[in-house]
Design a protein around this ligand. Structure first.
Ligand code: PMP
Length: 429
């Protein structure tokens, strides 16, 4: 907090495509799409126009308690259509990712109460997970630094190990993956007693934790495990959906069907705040086909299904589909992953464990002897910024998540800036 007082503000004034411009007119390639979300790129007139037209027609009207507005109904329909392969049947809107997660957690407890199993209330998250800032979302999250000051958490929440192959909690970085974290999750469920566990929540790729890409079979295995023990599987797709991994969703990338999915960020590419929680037909039917005196889902935000946000989302999804941004993410991401690998091989004392899936990438910056954890990564990020490229760090990891419209030619600036920063770091040692 002290450092924030003296740090100069980086005030962005305008933006176009993959670039943002500060108040002095200096151009930066935003290799993080803001906070992992400007998937369609900046300055998209189609989205702005859809928002303006909707605001003029109907700026706001509730979408619950028997009331509705057309854009929220249209968007729900469109999402269910897009999410057919994932088996989603219905959507609940909120304002952001935290609320989308909060909704899913509450729904999971309601689901089991509706089924006559009120003891199934426990929630399982994972180490290194990010799910938001509200108490439920933070309770299932697993980044210690974000948590410690805010205890105590929501009760009956447990954490399984992350599928972090290069930093495996069981085998260390070098031995092959044996899916020991999946076995541990199974032991946890058995120990807790499956009749008391409501849901397991997982990001298909853990983003804020450091772009932790799971081994290929991990998601399918934990999904099967959850089905076997009657534990609802919530896929937190706030970062991984809408083309980021080269597919519509991370669940599709890994070939699984969750019970619930959470969305925000790329849903509108950030043009308006909007969160969504999608549920399977089974979840929807269970919570709706109740006796008149059965449990009711008493939950909703004032701005749930905000018409202007929904209009922005509809226009944004149209762009993602028409321009096949998922295919571009896959194509450019393959190249980016290769380039990161080349850099880590060229400078192993400064950068290791490169990874990229679609346009979600990472490279780990090895701290120098005198560095505190994360310090060298911050220095590298700063050096890249001086060269006009914005990235983020998660402790020692440099994370990349550019707009999905990025071309290889534009992406070359990211690689060049990273290479120069690494060369400088090596020279300073
Ligand atoms: N889930 C995941 C996977 C996220 O990455 C984030 C935000 N980074 C959230 C939930 C919370 O979203 P929001 O910040 O919109 O509340």
């Amino acid at each position: 907090m002290k450092a924030m007082e003296s740090a100069p503000d980086f005030v962005v004034d305008t933006a176009k495509g993959v670039y943002v411009f500060d108040e002095h007119g200096r151009r930066y390639l935003d290799a993080h799409a803001g906070l992992w979300l400007v998937n369609a790129g900046y300055g998209r007139k189609e989205i702005v126009q859809a928002m303006a037209e909707q605001a003029e027609r109907l700026a706001w009207f509730p979408s619950f308690g028997g009331m509705a507005n057309r854009p929220s109904l249209d968007l729900a329909e469109r999402l269910v259509e897009i999410l057919q392969p994932e088996g989603m049947a219905s959507v609940f809107f909120s304002n952001d990712g935290s609320e989308a997660v909060e909704t899913a957690l509450k729904l999971s407890r309601l689901y089991w109460k509706s089924k006559g199993q009120p003891r199934k209330t426990k929630l399982i998250g994972r180490h290194h997970a990010y799910h938001g800032v509200t108490y439920g979302a933070l309770s299932v999250a697993g980044i210690t630094a974000n948590r410690t000051l805010f205890e105590p958490f929501v009760g009956d929440v447990y954490h399984a190990p992350a599928p972090y192959v290069s930093h495996c909690a069981f085998h260390g970085p070098t031995t092959g993956c044996t899916y020991a974290c999946v076995a541990e999750l199974e032991r946890m469920i058995q120990f807790q007693d499956p009749d008391t566990v409501a849901a397991f929540i997982a990001e298909p790729v853990q983003a804020a934790g450091g772009v932790i890409i799971p081994p290929p079979d991990y998601l399918a295995r934990v999904r099967d495990l959850c089905a076997r023990y009657h534990v609802l599987f919530i896929a937190d797709e706030v970062v991984t959906a809408f083309g980021r991994l080269g597919t519509w969703t991370g669940s599709r990338y890994y070939g699984i069907q969750p019970d619930m999915m959470t969305f925000a960020k790329g849903l509108t590419s950030g043009y308006m705040p909007l969160g969504a929680t999608a549920v399977s037909g089974d979840v929807f039917d269970t919570i709706t086909s109740q006796a008149a005196d059965g449990p009711e889902f008493r939950h909703g935000n004032t701005y749930s299904g905000h018409p202007v946000a929904c209009a922005a989302a509809i226009a944004n999804l149209e762009i993602i589909e028409n321009e096949d941004l998922a295919a571009n993410a896959q194509h450019v991401g393959e190249w980016m992953g290769q380039e990161l690998k080349v850099l880590s091989e060229a400078y192993p004392d400064a950068a290791q464990y490169p990874g990229c899936i679609g346009l979600l990438g990472r490279i780990e910056i090895v701290p120098g002897k005198a560095d505190k954890p994360g310090q060298r990564a911050l220095r590298v990020a700063q050096k890249m910024k001086e060269r006009g490229v914005i990235v983020r760090t998660a402790q020692d990891i440099l994370t990349l998540s550019p707009p999905l419209i990025m071309t290889k030619e534009q992406g070359q600036d990211i690689i060049d800036a990273l290479r120069q920063a690494l060369v400088e770091e090596m020279a300073q040692l």
